[in-house]
Design a protein around this ligand. Structure first.
Ligand SMILES: Cc1cc2nc3c(=O)[nH]c(=O)nc-3n(C[C@H](O)[C@H](O)[C@H](O)COP(=O)(O)OP(=O)(O)OC[C@H]3O[C@@H](n4cnc5c(N)ncnc54)[C@H](O)[C@@H]3O)c2cc1C
Length: 294
């Protein structure tokens, strides 16, 4: 049954934090409302929502020196239309295009996707593979959190009380290639499996870094460290299809999927191996082409 809730409108990020802090357990932020109001329709008691959706100072994309700063209120639709000039923008745009529906992408925000901490959220695995840092402000001041550490579990974040996500900072490096693949039952469904991979190449053509993160196959993003270790130290020539498949298999071994109405755990595990190998193959292709080389 739906219950009524109170509504407050914040004037600024600081005012939003003050309002939610004063409300204690009874207060929560609402940005696009695409997750929160769905929970409310499904019976969740909301108490008081503090609306931040109109705070334009949190809606920006700012290119800096070796970093892109994305305001928390940036919509998924804005990501979808990013110019694909580097691996960060290209991978974010490719992912945003296949998330949700056009209507939901118009309302849904980057901060909301992270804070909601759904096990099937699409952005966290990619942001983690990109090495992104999430900036928050709360009653105690500012804090920086690695993107992979925002979710504590399914629909549980590590954000404390009135902590507000304000920005995501993503390093941009022409030596890095990134790709993300996801599987869904229908094009409108949330993801069954997400696999995001970044590879870093040094001047001698050797892989010096690999970041592989999985989504929707565990309560929070999973880092596939065994799959990464297989790749680091290899030359581009050594990154054969067989090796990428072995890395995919190690990623699948790190996944902890469940059976649910959308798919079985066995299917999800198999798909993790396939999608990880595909994401890695894309990244290797970008590196071979010198796609992002300065
Ligand atoms: C039809 C439909 C399809 C969808 N498909 C997908 C999909 O394919 N992939 C996917 O990942 N998601 C999907 N979603 C989920 C949702 O659209 C996204 O997670 C969206 O990015 C949430 O952003 P929002 O601004 O609407 O969050 P809200 O609903 O406003 O908030 C969600 C939660 O985050 C908190 N919050 C919001 N902003 C902040 C902030 N800045 N700081 C701290 N806490 C904050 C709120 O208090 C709330 O608990 C779908 C939703 C719908 C309705």
């Amino acid at each position: 049954m739906r219950t009524t809730f109170e509504y407050q409108r914040a004037d600024s990020p600081t005012n939003a934090v003050d309002l939610v802090a004063a409300l204690g357990d009874d207060g929560r932020y609402v940005a696009g409302g695409t997750d929160l109001y769905l929970d409310w329709k499904n019976g969740r008691r909301l108490g008081t929502v503090v609306d931040i959706s109109h705070l334009r100072e949190l809606d920006y994309i700012e290119p800096g020196e070796g970093v892109i700063r994305i305001g928390a209120l940036t919509s998924l639709r804005t990501l979808e239309h990013l110019a694909t000039t580097d691996n960060v923008r290209a991978s974010l745009a490719a992912l945003a295009r296949v998330m949700c529906t056009p209507q939901t992408r118009t309302l849904g925000t980057v901060g909301g996707n992270l804070a909601n901490s759904s096990a099937a959220a699409d952005l966290p695995p990619l942001l983690a593979a990109l090495g992104a840092t999430v900036k928050t402000v709360g009653p105690g001041g500012e804090r920086m959190i690695a993107a992979e550490d925002v979710a504590a579990g399914a629909k549980r974040s590590t954000l404390a009380g009135a902590e507000l996500i304000t920005e995501v900072a993503i390093p941009v490096d022409s030596a890095v290639a990134t790709s993300v693949h996801r599987a869904t039952r229908t094009s409108l469904d949330i993801a069954l499996v997400i696999s995001a991979a970044s590879l870093t190449l040094d001047g001698n053509g050797q892989v010096t870094g690999a970041r592989i993160f999985l989504g929707s196959v565990g309560p929070r993003p999973i880092r596939a460290t065994g799959a990464e270790a297989l790749l680091v130290g290899k030359s581009l020539e050594e990154l054969t299809a067989e090796l990428l498949q072995q890395s995919g298999a190690l990623a699948a071994a790190a996944s902890t999927p469940i059976d649910d109405v959308r798919g079985s755990a066995a299917y999800r595990q198999h798909t993790t191996a396939v999608l990880t190998a595909r994401a890695l193959s894309d990244a290797v292709g970008q590196l071979r082409e010198g796609k992002w080389a300065a």
